[in-house]
Design a protein around this ligand. Structure first.
Ligand code: TMP
Ligand code: ASP
Length: 237
């Protein structure tokens, strides 16, 4: 499948159209950003590591019956995906407290959340991705009630699959963000699942193995992403 033209360039990926109106190519770049684009850097190998890790995770989710946009890997840093009509919401599940929930609610990091917490955020960097609830989503028409219910159900199903997958690799799935879109009327998981959009801690030491290493200037960012990939059994270049 050949690239036709650039459709959109985000903070870490560029999206291209193809000759097939139902298929896009995602190029995972080495660019990294945090704090809604305020802090950026280029991290060698990150595009390749994320492309391959995302492919592995999406394949595991498909096997578990979760519909995803992923089709196949095309090159070290490119994958073919279905073209979705994206819903401008971020679906977050938290199994352990970290990040914005600690600041928002004044709770300490590293507290188990059982049952896990689900949150919707509006995808809007200028507004710093504000927390929204189902009334906002309904009133502003971002998604229907049925679509919200499906996104929530699928996000929790992803939790069941990935908590176990990471635990088998000695890693705690602390929290993660998913984005969904519509594909011929069906709600399908889009975007990516990589260490850029979740928190992963070593189960024994609680060492951070995700983008918090970049946000908090801890160093060894790509090294941590590669460690996650290797522990999952993802083949890297
Ligand atoms: P938060 O603690 O900043 O609300 O983020 C929760 C999880 O979701 C964390 O793993 C990071 C991820 N996330 C993103 O990757 N991008 C986003 O825009 C948001 C709001 C969250
Ligand atoms: N909000 C996410 C973060 O802080 C993604 C981003 O905007 O860069 O990492």
């Amino acid at each position: 499948m050949q690239i036709e033209q650039e459709l959109y360039s985000g903070k870490a990926k560029t999206v291209y159209t193809t000759a097939d109106p139902d298929r896009l190519i995602l190029r995972f770049r080495d660019d990294t950003s945090a704090f809604d684009g305020e802090k950026t850097a280029q991290l060698a190998r990150k595009g390749m590591v994320n492309n391959k890790t995302n492919a592995f995770i999406m394949e595991q989710l498909e096997k578990a019956g979760i519909p995803t946009h992923f089709e196949r890997v095309l090159s070290n840093n490119e994958s073919l995906v279905k073209r979705l009509d994206m819903i401008p919401l971020e679906c977050v599940v938290r199994n352990i407290t970290a990040g914005s929930i600690c600041r928002r609610l004044g709770v300490p990091e590293n507290q188990d959340l059982d049952p896990p917490v689900f949150e919707f955020f509006l995808k809007n960097d200028e507004l710093h991705d504000p927390l929204v609830n189902e009334y906002h989503i309904r009133a502003f028409g971002w998604a229907s009630d049925e679509e919200m219910a499906t996104m929530k159900r699928l996000t929790f199903e992803v939790n069941d699959v990935l908590k176990q997958l990471f635990m088998d690799a000695g890693i705690l799935l602390v929290d993660y963000k998913l984005e969904f879109g519509r594909y011929h009327g069906q709600i399908v998981l889009g975007d990516e699942f990589t260490a850029d959009g979740c928190r992963l801690w070593d189960a024994a030491t609680r060492k951070k193995l995700d983008k918090d290493r970049f946000r908090q200037d801890m160093g060894d960012v790509v090294e941590a992403y590669e460690e996650v990939a290797e522990r999952l059994g993802v083949e890297l270049d």
